[in-house]
Design a protein around this ligand. Sequence first.
Ligand code: KG4
Ligand code: ZN
Length: 353
Amino acid sequence: MLVLGIESSCDETGVALVQTRGQDAPILLADALYSQIAMHQPFGGVVPELASRDHIRRVLPLTREVMQRAQRALAEVDVVAYTRGPGLAGALLVGAGVACSLAAALGKPAMGVHHLEGHLLSPFLSADPPEFPFVALLVSGGHTQLMRVDRVGSYEMLGETIDDAAGEAFDKSAKLMGLPYPGGSHLARLALGGDGAAFKLPRPLLHSGNLDFSFSGLKTAVLTQAKKLGPELESRKADLAASTQAAIVEVLVKKTLAALSQTALKRLVVAGGVGANALLRSQLDAACRQRGIRVHYPELAFCTDNGAMIAMAAGMRLQAGLVDLPMLQGRYAFDVKPRWNLSEFLPGPVPAG
Ligand code: KG4
Ligand code: ZN
């Protein structure tokens, strides 16, 4: 089956085409992405209305590009998948509206996908995909979660953030250091030239005894430190960036190791934008090597939002028999779920919308 995937939950328009194949992970035939980062940068964050309008401009040209690259015709597409949530309501509506209209025009089913399931399954796009079961650390701009994944559609929440997400902690700290949006990668780059032990910053919930996270206090501590430095901030920025990164990464690594020992699983998947962080990767790699645990990451291009992970998640759900295609056929009414807990819709078939 050919599955077209459309992602439009935030500030990236992504489209991709995958082909399902028996029990092996679906294969990616082509993908295309347009990032709105430059458009939002002057505002220091995503402007939802601008995001929606830009998705409208990009989604069809990207779809054409994907079909052309894959050398396939739209009429060959068997299922049109789209991100149903969570994300920005207006932005989601663009992807959902276009996907359902396209599916209706083609007479094929449309299927809503959970954005986080896309991130979770994104390592299956790599040449060395993981095997089930595994522990997943999902670290994005909006979510920080540890999950036990036994198979497609079976996700047990082990712990999550009670306030800010790890990516948010990176972004907010970067913003108050005067770095451009989105701050995570800028802060990481600046941190390369700094000393991670220069400032003592809190490691929230490190010894809480559970697998939950909290990052809002850290952001406040960074702000306090920045104010204390005053004019000196400029010359100590790299140290402050390195210390912030060290605090976030230490908490993520320790909690992930605790999740691995709690579940006794020997495989770890790291997904979401913060999974691109080099310090996080090197510390997880080192700790997991010592413990005989294999770590899988999505390819860098598929760490942040993209259409390939949405097409992949849809393809894997279809292959796992979790989707009632005849039930979806002809049903093109849709809704979006800006707030949507992954455990809410799983296990079971994707709702028709
Ligand atoms: O998964 P993603 O693209 O979007 C969401 O679904 O939220 O993640 C974006 C987040 C942003 O907070 C961004 O600053 C962060 O990932 N990020 C990084 C790095 N690259 C992206 N954070 C730390 N280090 C990086 N290298
Ligand atoms: Zn995302």
